[in-house]
Design a protein around this ligand. Sequence first.
Ligand code: NAD
Length: 257
Amino acid sequence: MKTVIITGSTSGIGLGLAETFAIAGHNVVLNGLGKKDEIEATRARLAALGAGDVIYHGANMLKPDEIADMVASTEKKFGRVDVVIPNAGIQHVEKIEDFPPEKWDAIIGINLSSAFHLIRAAMPVMKRQKFGRIVAMASAHGLIASPYKSAYVAAKHGLVGLIKTVALEGAEFGITANAICPGYVETPLVAGQIADTAKARNMSEEQVINEVILKAQPTKQFVQVGQIASLAMYLTSDQAAQITGAALSIDGGWTAQ
Ligand code: NAD
């Protein structure tokens, strides 16, 4: 049984990861924004899925002290911190000359700096344990760029660089650090965008998927949350001990082009 902290796990990919780790019997620390009662309902649902405990910590990813507290209170409760998954992320799409500086700061803060603060706090615990698994949720945009996503692309490239550095620092302590780089993932957020775009452009939803959303993705299929969760689960296993410092694409061939 491992103890796993997943930031931004009240929704989308993070929630899918939390479910997978809970089903496998691990202790899971949920984190993210949302309504108190809905988060509690999610926590209780996940706790019933497996043998592990599921708790929630409300650390805001813009607050380094709260992130450190999440790690400290996890160690206090479970005695270990085996896996950290910096996953919380936000997006803003706009031309760089119009890009609001406060959006830049928020994206760098939530998508990049929070990973630094999480790993910084977890590293001493993992070194003491002589075991740790760090799995960062980067993006295809950690490897390549698209226009109008300056902050997101910068943050995700930065995250890949951070993970490489941490891999080197953890290598002799049984700690691995890797980045998962998904293409488009079918989260509720994206599903909503498909319906809205179909209406706005007078296209079928299938046309929107193929000609707008998945134009970059040769398979013309979304990555599924469960596929990312399987990769994350593998990266935390003993079999993956020699995979470290890697940026693993799961993007339907997007970055092969
Ligand atoms: P989502 O919007 O469904 O979930 C984001 C999570 O982050 C939520 O739980 C939210 O509450 C949390 N969060 C946001 N701001 C926070 C803050 N200040 N403090 C704490 N938590 C905060 O998004 P998603 O699609 O599941 O994305 C998850 C990660 O995967 C992100 O890092 C994203 O960049 C990455 N990603 C997503 C896709 C995709 O197509 N959906 C593709 C590649 C990478």
